[in-house]
Design a protein around this ligand. Sequence first.
Ligand SMILES: [Zn+2]
Ligand SMILES: [Zn+2]
Length: 92
Amino acid sequence: ICHTSVKRTTALVRRIQGAAHEEKEKESFDNIKQLLDPCLVCQKRPRNGNIVHGKSAHLVACFRCAKMLRKGRSPCPVCKKEIHGVIKVFMA
Ligand SMILES: [Zn+2]
Ligand SMILES: [Zn+2]
């Protein structure tokens, strides 16, 4: 009896882990959809100005607006970290 209940618990844990995995997949898909939105600042141009801070970056603005934020010493509009650099992104 004991052995069977352990087996059942393992199956349940697997099912929960599977559900969590699906949730993560959906989340990354939402991120891709966000990428296709226009620039957060001008709402016109595509998001191709990657705002770099440390070892991470936020892709929320076009290259022109991202450069403008950096020049004006504004922080990243998403996480408020200091902008270390702006990179022009090419989708390929
Ligand atoms: Zn812009
Ligand atoms: Zn940021």
